[in-house]
Design a binder for this molecule. Structure first.
Ligand code: SPD
Length: 357
């Protein structure tokens, strides 16, 4: 009798182990039996109807979580605890995560729709050959503003923002790289400059902007600017599109001193429980009709060349949001900084924020 009990326990243990291994290989399985796909993306960065369409097509249950900065996303991945299948880091963060072995290689055979991506957005320096990342959206950092609220004034440069007449009119995106980068750009330094003297100059310059700053915000800029709570916003290009849809009085400019051009990408983090589902999702998002629907909903520029034919002319021909290569070649992609330099940028941003309180 005792022997039978031992045998039964051993069989049970083997079955449980096999179940765990199988869920690791084929995706985690929910109580209801549907496999789960866990996506970790920026806030306001997908058309929700595409998630529903994907679930219906592939039978996965999608768990969707959001972050508001590359750094917050990285911390969560480094901590472990939650297993994500698809994440959406920007260019420099792809380099960092590759360096820290936090990404899994993507099986390109499972992502045939990669052929629809414009070659201009493939093989970029942060992931030559795209072994670990697939382009999702791209854009610039710039200034959205309401000329009517500014008595017809035109803004063309970062330095215009320091004009005394813009007192309490500016919203800044809550992101260290962008704002320290703006300070550096306004002094005609590179956004990747790490020279301590230049960084201090940038901080002093940013502090002088304080009287003109109304708030440092995240996605709230999309409510506040159309409602005329402020006349000027420093933000990512796609947010400007949404703001201008809400209130066509506003316009967007890439400042003449230069700025950042960025590329957000889908990637699969180490520890993903459903790699197959992740690759299916990535491929699904690259389908030209899906990519066009997503771009129209979110407002950001799609790198999917075949999707452009499904986008209205007024979107795809707008050079403010689909700037030519000749312009983006003059802009800078963020370098992947060391931990120490990142910490320095965060410290500068914090000191600047404190001076705004
Ligand atoms: N609301 C979604 C915003 C996503 C913007 N990503 C830009 C990253 C620039 N480094």
């Amino acid at each position: 009798m005792k022997k039978i009990a031992i045998l039964l326990t051993a069989v049970l243990v083997i079955v449980l182990v096999l179940m765990v291994i199988s869920s690791k290989l084929t995706g985690s399985v929910t109580k209801a039996g549907a496999k789960t796909l866990t996506i970790y993306n920026w806030g306001d960065y997908i058309d929700p109807s595409l998630i529903a369409k994907f679930q219906k097509k592939y039978g996965y249950r999608v768990v969707y979580q959001t972050f508001d900065s590359n750094e917050a996303m990285l911390t969560k991945i480094q901590q472990g605890g939650t297993s994500f299948d698809v994440i959406v880091p920007s260019d420099y963060m792809i380099s960092k995560m590759r360096g820290e072995h936090l990404l899994l290689p993507i099986n390109q055979k499972q992502v045939p729709n990669l052929k629809y991506i414009d070659s201009r957005f493939l093989n970029l320096s942060f992931d030559p050959k795209n072994h670990y990342s697939v382009p999702y959206f791209w854009g610039t950092v710039g200034i959205v503003y309401n000329p009517k609220m500014l008595g017809g004034s035109k803004i063309t440069s970062w330095n215009d923002l320091w004009d005394k007449k813009y007192r309490n009119q500016i919203l800044l995106v809550d992101s260290a790289r962008e704002i320290v980068g703006m300070g550096l750009d306004s002094l005609h330094y590179s956004v990747n400059d790490t020279n301590e003297k230049h960084l201090n100059q940038a901080l002093q310059k940013l502090k002088q902007l304080t009287p003109n700053i109304k708030a440092i915000v995240g996605d709230e800029n999309k409510l506040l600017l159309p409602r005329k709570e402020a006349a000027i916003g420093v933000l990512w290009s796609g947010d400007a599109v949404e703001i201008m849809d809400e209130n066509p009085e506003l316009t967007y400019v890439i400042p003449k001193e230069g700025s950042n051009v960025w590329f957000d990408n889908m990637a699969i983090p180490k520890g993903a429980a459903n790699k197959k589902g992740a690759e299916q999702f990535i491929n699904f998002m690259l389908d030209p009709k899906n990519a066009a629907k997503n771009a129209e909903y979110v407002g950001y520029a799609t790198p999917d060349k075949a999707a452009l034919r499904y986008l209205p002319k007024e979107i795809k021909n707008d050079k403010r949001f689909y700037p030519d290569k000749s312009l983006t070649d003059r802009l800078e992609v963020y370098d992947n900084f060391s931990k120490a330099v990142n910490a320095r940028f965060n410290e500068l941003f914090l000191e600047f924020k404190m001076s705004n309180q």
